[in-house]
Design a protein around this ligand. Structure first.
Ligand code: SF4
Length: 307
């Protein structure tokens, strides 16, 4: 489908993921380096907190894919151990310490799940579009919260579940304002042909569930917001591909330096980011011994981006 662009020219539907839109909002220069520069600039070394997050996500996805009778607490821990990703840790001892903690985290989380409640989707790709954008993304889990007695055959409530494994402490506001969660809910609604208004962040380190019940209006607002961001991205992409007539690269893809630059994969290519934040070691985003059992209320200062 084609729309009229800024100069009256036909404009193609802008295809994107929620991550792409968030990257533009966070830092247009990082967006350029992530999605437009070819060949892409080299990234820094892998982050241990990303390895930990991916190991946990994979274990939980694998657990739901097991036959129901095999979904025990111990098998969740075993899946975590078998699929443990080692990249980014300082040494074997640190990796082992965090593997043990991650096993406990996964087992504690699975303890609270009913293995018989089949999710509608696990790591399921969903997509939706408007006249302006085509959004796609992958949901950690899509639940059908039918009443425990089966709800008399009635369809249950659709719930988008997003696992979080970082030490960053979350609030209900994180669920309420999350653009990706709202877009996933809209995409799930389209794919399943049923309303989907509830979104949940499941923070494994603390066991907290941060939930938000959207309304059709609040989802609509988030969709309009996504379209506005996508329009900026589309214009910037077009200028980049057209050889940047009408503005220099840095005018359009401005850096947004700040403390978060310490966690940016492209910091080595960005002078402003390099002087804005201290460099982080690949394992600095892991919970330390002091906040290993990070309880609500602990400071999240210096935490890496949400994982
Ligand atoms: S280092 Fe900071 S300013 Fe530079 S690209 Fe990364 S996030 Fe943007």
């Amino acid at each position: 489908m084609e729309q009229l662009g800024f100069e009256g020219m036909p404009r193609r539907l802008y295809a994107c993921t929620p991550t792409r839109l968030s990257t533009w909002l966070d830092c247009p220069r990082r967006y350029r380096m992530s999605y437009l520069d070819r060949p892409p600039p080299s990234k820094g070394p892998p982050w241990a907190h990303n390895s930990l997050g991916a190991s946990i996500h994979n274990a939980l996805a694998g657990w739901w894919r097991l036959p129901r009778r095999e979904r025990s607490v111990a098998t969740a821990g075993d899946l975590l151990e078998r699929g443990w990703l080692e990249s980014g840790y300082a040494d074997d001892a640190q990796s082992l310490l965090h593997r043990r903690r991650a096993r406990s985290m996964v087992e504690a989380y699975v303890c609270g799940l009913d293995p018989a409640r089949e999710p509608l989707g696990v790591e399921r790709t969903v997509a939706t579009k408007t006249d302006l954008i085509a959004i796609s993304g992958r949901i950690d889990r899509l639940d059908d919260r039918r009443a425990a007695d089966g709800g008399g055959g009635k369809p249950g409530e659709l719930v988008v579940v997003d696992y979080k494994t970082g030490r960053h402490l979350l609030t209900v506001d994180d669920a309420r304002t999350s653009l990706p969660l709202a877009l996933y809910a809209l995409a799930a609604e389209r794919v399943m042909r049923r309303p989907c208004q509830r979104v949940e962040l499941h923070h494994l380190p603390t066991g907290q569930v941060l939930a938000w019940e959207h309304t059709p209006e609040s989802l609509h607002r988030q969709l309009r917001r996504a379209e506005d961001i996508a329009a900026e991205c589309a214009e910037a992409d077009e200028r980049f591909r057209g050889g940047m007539t009408g503005g220099s690269v840095d005018e359009i893809f401005q850096p947004r330096p700040g403390s978060w630059c310490g966690w940016c994969d492209f910091r080595a290519h960005c002078p402003e980011g390099g002087s804005a934040a201290v460099p982080r070691r690949p394992w600095d985003g892991l919970a330390s011994a002091d906040d290993a059992d990070s309880r609500p209320g602990l400071s999240a200062a210096g935490s890496p981006p949400l994982v």
